[in-house]
Design a protein. Structure first.
Length: 674
């Protein structure tokens, strides 16, 4: 029987001998003794961590059975992997902190689309005729000059050699109007600017436009009400907004030098920035504006600082928040802070700037405002906003054939064009006409019995009496009668001249005209009542009572002036008609009436059509491009690449340190108790 002892295999697959077994026992004893000599807190934690860690390579670094060379190599590998890990995690964290977004563009066609608001402005800010009325006549524009010269520069053209210095006491001009009131009172009205209007084939008019004071002046907005905004279900010109606009060039005064209109398409909840974002429309053109709608939806915080709450209340505006409203408030606050007043289009409660304040402060303040860096940093884009993209095309308007049709039918505006042409041609004859009228008046004055005026002449010298009779009381009213008769003759008989019909003196038109003139100027007592004022002025020192002066006035009117007016009206009518007939004959013989009409329309009228080119709504929607879950996945992939680690690995490490912490805490507690 074989009694040889069989030893177990060692860790390397070799059979242990007695000597090997004894050697291992001695080595183990030496190792244990060595561990007892090392600090427990440092040795055991590192040893246990390297033994229990699931990170690849870390076990080899802490394995004391491995050679030093092998452990150093794996230490370099682990450190290199750690550096690569930290670099990749840093890049991914940086990308995540920048909150990148992806943009998703899609097109949707809703069952019906809200039509935008359309704001239209005439380039002419002040009508000449209205300034004449407010300023007290053609000879007095001094009250208007401070406004005109202070509101805007003349399109960069200085027509004066020296700057006009507005005096401090210029005030608000005649009537004490504020700057805002001055703008409203002297601008074109909607009915004066909008000749025709239709939307979707349905007729509209000036009543469908809302007066809007913008940075371009007094304008008018179609479809301004956000609650009752018009919608359209179809695309194309037929279903859009068609406008026929009249610039009325003869009323252009100041301060702009171009004829035409400024137009802006915008949302109902925006303040129209017509001066900077408007489109120019010229007379004599047909302008087609095709629009498409783009809705942008941006992500809010933390991806951007856009305003999510569109109902965020502003200081001066109600309704939804918009960037244009915020900028308007920002500009207003700056101007009020610098000048103590506001411009005519600015909101708020501050007083409107006086003309000299505009010249001395406002314009300089706005120049300084434009130089500031981020002057309105508090104004942020809304997270959701709508923009209307425009594609503009132009053509000449009107065509020759269309003008011929209007002229042949004596349709507006050709009748006005002919009338304006006649007024221009007749300017040279006006002086002769007035001389003829005055001569006729004086001749009648000398032939008529003027005994009814003798009671007045007793209190006046000869020159004053004749001045009163001929000029003050006869000339003024008769000049008004001339103006009215000339207007009626020129405008109400053009169609007869076009058609070659006669317009005799005692025609039905004449009878109607005379009846109107007699009622308005004679029977209504308009001039009889006005006679008392000049008579009173001339007799104020005569010591007469008011009853006596009024009695003299009635005697003078019924005994002298009324017969004089009746005698003069046929003479005035005949003179006007002869001059008019002569001009019309010349016009037909030597001029092209259609060309006159076309030239007038090209200088005054514009046709504008605004419509949806495509009802599809382009939506630009931001989506997070790198979310937290993407960051976790990328970090996990990087850990797996460099260390072969996973989330479970980190949980194991966490578990290890928790266990070690509680063990240390328990040991410390036991030590204190002992």
């Amino acid at each position: 029987m074989d009694t040889t002892t069989v030893y177990p295999l060692d860790n390397y697959g070799f059979q242990n001998t007695q000597e090997n077994t004894e050697f291992e026992a001695k080595a183990k004893t030496a190792w244990d003794n060595n561990e007892e000599k090392q600090p427990e807190s440092s040795k055991s934690t590192l040893t246990l961590f390297t033994e229990e860690s699931g990170l690849s390579g870390v076990k080899i670094v802490g394995d004391r059975n491995s050679t030093l060379y092998r452990r150093l190599v794996w230490l370099a590998i682990v450190l290199g992997a750690l550096i690569g890990l930290l670099y990749q995690v840093g890049k991914m964290s940086s990308a995540f902190s920048q909150r990148p977004v992806n943009v998703n563009i899609r097109f949707e066609e809703p069952p019906e689309t809200k039509f935008p608001a359309v704001t239209i402005c005439n380039n002419n800010m002040f009508m000449l005729a209205k300034l004449v009325v407010i300023s007290g006549g053609m000879t007095d524009f001094s009250a208007a000059f401070p406004y005109i010269l202070a509101l805007f520069p003349m399109d960069g053209v200085n027509i004066y050699e020296e700057e006009y210095i507005i005096p401090v006491d210029a005030g608000y001009g005649t009537g004490g109007l504020t700057l805002y009131e001055f703008m409203i009172s002297n601008s074109h009205s909607a009915s004066e600017m909008i000749e025709r209007c239709s939307f979707g084939g349905v007729e509209c008019g000036p009543d469908n436009f809302t007066q809007t004071v913008t940075n371009y002046g007094v304008c008018y907005t179609f479809n301004a009400n956000i609650q009752d905004a018009l919608t359209t279900r179809n695309e194309g010109e037929r279903y859009g907004l068609s406008l026929y606009l009249n610039a009325d060039e003869k009323e252009y005064f100041a301060p702009r030098t171009t004829v035409g209109f400024r137009l802006m398409i915008h949302g109902q909840d925006e303040v129209p920035d017509v001066s900077n974002q408007g489109l120019s429309v010229s007379p004599g053109t047909t302008t087609s504006i095709a629009i498409t709608k783009t809705v942008t939806k941006n992500l809010g915080s933390p991806h951007s600082d856009c305003v999510k709450d569109i109902h965020n209340e502003l200081e001066f505006f109600n309704g939804s928040y918009s960037l244009s409203k915020c900028w308007m408030e920002c500009e207003t606050r700056y101007v009020v802070e610098q000048c103590g007043c506001r411009y005519f289009y600015m909101p708020g409660n501050a007083s409107y700037c006086l003309p000299y304040e505009l010249q001395n402060c406002y314009f300089q303040a706005m120049d300084n405002f434009s130089l500031l860096r981020d002057p309105c940093i508090e104004c942020r884009e809304p997270c959701e906003q709508t923009k209307y993209n425009t594609k503009v095309t132009h053509g000449l308007y009107p065509s020759s054939m269309f003008t011929d049709l209007l002229t042949g039918a004596a349709k507006y505006p050709c009748d006005v064009a002919i009338y304006m042409y006649m007024l221009k041609r007749r300017a040279n004859e006006d002086e002769e006409l007035m001389t003829t009228f005055y001569t006729s008046i004086f001749e009648l004055y000398d032939t008529l019995e003027n005994s009814d005026g003798r009671n007045i002449s007793e209190y006046l010298d000869s020159d004053d009496f004749h001045w009163l009779m001929k000029y003050t009381l006869a000339g003024g009213p008769l000049l008004d009668i001339v103006t009215w008769l000339r207007y009626m003759v020129d405008t109400h008989t053009l169609d007869k001249v076009y058609l070659g019909e006669s317009d005799e003196l005692y025609s039905e038109h004449y009878n109607d005209s005379i009846a109107y003139i007699k009622f308005f100027f004679l029977d209504s007592g308009t001039y009889r009542n006005s006679l008392a004022a000049p008579i009173w002025d001339m007799l104020s020192d005569a010591g007469l009572s008011s009853e006596v002066i009024l009695s003299m006035t009635d005697d003078l009117y019924f005994g002298y002036y009324e017969p004089l007016y009746h005698e003069m009206i046929p003479i005035i009518y005949q003179n006007i008609k002869e001059i008019r007939d002569d001009l019309m004959t010349t016009l037909f013989d030597h001029e092209d009436i259609s060309e006159i009409c076309r030239n007038f329309m090209q200088r005054n009228f514009a046709k504008v059509t605004i419509y949806f080119e495509d009802l599809k709504e382009e939506q630009i929607i931001q989506q997070p491009g790198y979310e937290f879950f993407n960051l976790v996945c990328d970090v996990g992939g990087t850990l797996g690449l460099f260390f072969g680690a996973s989330l479970v690995t980190f949980l194991e490490i966490l578990d290890f340190f928790i266990v070690r912490f509680w063990a240390w805490k328990s040991a410390k507690k036991n030590q204190q108790q002992t």
